[in-house]
Design a protein around this ligand. Structure first.
Ligand code: ASP
Length: 433
C-alpha cells in the first residue's frame, strides 16, 4: 500500500503530484505565452506561488535536523551491537560505505559527462545567475578562504548546537554518529531509554513527513508555475535531460555493479538473483518506500535467496534506512544538476564533499516516499545552491523515487547475499542446494 496516499481524497499522492505538476506547468506556460513580464503575473508569482512553495520547503527543513540525528543514531545502534552481531555489523558498515560510494561516484560521473543542467539559453541563464549572484559570490569568497585542512576539520563540530543552528549538516551527522557509537558501547538502562526516546523522535518525524508530503501537490503546482511563468519552455528540456541522466546511472548500478558484486562476492548468478528478488523489487517500485517494502524484503532474503534469518533481518532492516544506493546516486546527480542549472561551479574538492554528504545523506534519509528530499534541500543550501531549485525536480520525483527505491532495496538484498556468503566461508547456501 502506498503509505503516502492521501486518506481523505481517495486519490493516491503520486497521482495528485502529477496533476499538480501538469497544472503548474500548463498554467505557467500559458501565463508566460500570453502575459510574460506583466505586472500582475509578477505579483502572483511573488505573493502567491512563491510563498506556497516556500511554506512546503520550510516544513521540510523543519524536519531535517531531528530526522538526520535520530536516524543516524538508530542506524549505528542497530549496526553495532558488539555481543550479537559485531562481525556482521562491521561487514554491513563496510558494505554500506563502499557500495554507496560507488553509487554516488557513478552519479557524479554521469552528471559531469552528460551535463543535464547546462544549456539554458544565455539570456535565461544570465537572469538566473544574476538572481543568485550574491550567493555565488559568497561561496567564491568562502572557497578561497577555506583550505583542505579546514574542510576536514570542520566535519568535527566545536559546538554541536551551533552546527545545528547554522545548518552544518555534516558536523551534525558526525556528532550523531559518535553519539550512536557511544550509545552502543555503553548498554546501561540510561542509554537504552535514550535510544528508545530517539526511536520516538524518529517515528514522530516519519509521521510529520507523511503529513507534510500531502502538501506536495500544491507546492509542486506553485513552484512549477513560478518557474515556467518566468522561464517558459526551456525549463522542460532541462528536466528531460535530468530524468534521463538519473535513470541511466541507476540502471548502470543495478545491472552492471550489482551483477559484478554478486558474481565476485556472492556466489550467485545475477539472473537467479533478479528472478528470486523480483517480489521485493516490484514492491519497492510500486510503493517508493524501503520501509514499506521491508516485510517483503525479509521474506525474499530468507525464502528465495537462502539468507539465514539473523543475517537477513539485520542487514535488510538496517539497510531499509541506512543502505540506499539509489538515493545516494540520486542526491549526487540532483545537487550537481541544480548547481549546473544555476550556473554555480563546484570545484573538485567541493564535489568530493558532495560525495561525502550524499553517502551520509543516504544513511540519514528516511525510507519513505520522498524521504531524501529534506536532505537534498539541506545539501543544496550548504553549497549555496538555491534550495528552491528542488521545485524543478519535484514534479518528476515520483517516477525517479520508484526507480531509486528499487535500487535501494536491490542493494539491501545483494548485501545480504554477499554477507551471508562470506559468513559461510564461500560455500553455497544449503537452502538452495
Ligand atoms: N523513497 C526512498 C526509499 O524509501 C527514499 C528516497 O530516496 O526518497 O528508499
Amino acid at each position: 500500500m502506498d503509505r503516502s496516499a492521501g486518506p481523505d481524497t481517495g486519490m493516491p499522492l503520486h497521482t495528485r503530484m502529477l496533476i499538480g505538476f501538469a497544472v503548474g506547468v500548463v498554467a505557467g506556460l500559458l501565463a508566460y505565452q500570453f502575459a510574460g513580464g506583466a505586472a500582475w503575473l509578477e505579483w502572483i508569482v511573488t505573493y502567491v506561488a512563491n510563498p506556497t512553495g516556500q511554506l512546503f520547503l520550510r516544513l521540510l527543513f523543519m524536519l531535517v535536523l531531528p530526522l538526520v540525528f535520530s536516524a543516524l543514531i538508530l542506524g549505528v545502534v542497530e549496526i553495532g551491537d558488539p555481543r550479537s552481531l559485531g562481525r556482521i555489523g562491521g561487514k554491513t558498515l563496510l558494505w554500506v560505505l563502499v557500495v554507496t560510494s560507488v553509487a554516488v561516484s557513478i552519479g557524479l560521473v554521469a552528471v559531469n559527462l552528460m551535463q543535464p543542467g547546462v544549456g539554458l539559453p544565455p539570456d535565461v541563464a544570465a537572469g538566473l545567475q544574476a538572481a543568485s549572484a550574491e550567493r555565488t559570490g559568497e561561496i567564491m569568497a568562502r572557497r578561497e578562504q577555506v583550505s583542505l585542512v579546514d574542510v576536514v576539520l570542520n566535519i568535527v563540530p566545536r559546538n554541536p548546537l551551533a552546527a545545528a543552528v547554522n545548518g552544518d549538516l555534516i558536523a551534525v551527522m558526525f556528532f550523531a554518529l559518535m553519539f550512536g557509537i557511544a550509545a552502543t558501547a555503553l548498554r546501561t538502562d540510561g542509554t537504552k531509554s535514550f535510544v528508545g526516546a530517539v526511536q520516538g523522535v524518529y517515528d514522530i518525524c516519519l509521521k510529520l513527513i507523511g503529513w507534510v508530503i500531502q502538501l506536495a501537490p500544491y507546492a509542486v503546482a506553485a513552484l512549477l508555475f513560478a518557474l515556467t511563468a518566468k522561464l517558459g519552455y526551456d525549463i522542460l528540456l532541462q528536466l528531460g535531460k535530468f530524468v534521463f541522466t538519473v535513470v541511466l546511472a541507476l540502471a548502470i548500478h543495478m545491472f552492471v555493479v550489482f551483477p559484478l558484486l554478486l558474481r565476485a562476492f556472492g556466489g550467485m548468478s545475477p539472473l537467479a538473483f533478479f528472478r528470486a528478488a523480483e517480489p521485493a523489487l516490484l514492491t519497492a517500485f510500486s510503493t517508493s518506500s524501503s520501509s514499506a517494502t521491508l516485510p517483503t524484503t525479509l521474506k525474499v532474503a530468507e525464502e528465495n535467496l537462502g539468507v539465514p534469518r539473523r543475517i537477513g533481518r539485520f542487514v535488510c532492516t538496517l539497510g531499509a534506512t541506512a543502505n540506499m544506493n539509489g538515493t545516494a546516486l540520486f542526491e549526487g546527480i540532483t545537487v550537481l544538476f541544480l548547481a549546473q542549472f544555476f550556473g554555480i561551479e563546484l570545484s573538485l574538492l567541493q564535489q568530493m564533499l558532495v560525495l561525502l554528504m550524499c553517502i551520509l545523506g543516504a544513511i540519514g534519509a528516511a525510507g519513505v516516499p520522498g524521504g531524501s528530499l529534506p536532505v537534498i534541500a539541506m545539501i543544496l543550501a550548504t553549497f549555496g545552491i538555491p534550495p528552491e531549485g528542488i521545485g524543478i525536480i519535484l514534479g518528476v520525483d515520483r517516477i525517479l523515487d520508484m526507480c531509486r527505491t528499487t535500487v535501494n532495496v536491490g542493494g539491501d538484498l545483494v548485501g545480504a547475499v554477499v554477507i551471508a556468503h562470506s559468513e559461510r566461508g564461500g560455500l553455497p547456501a544449503p537452502e538452495l542446494e
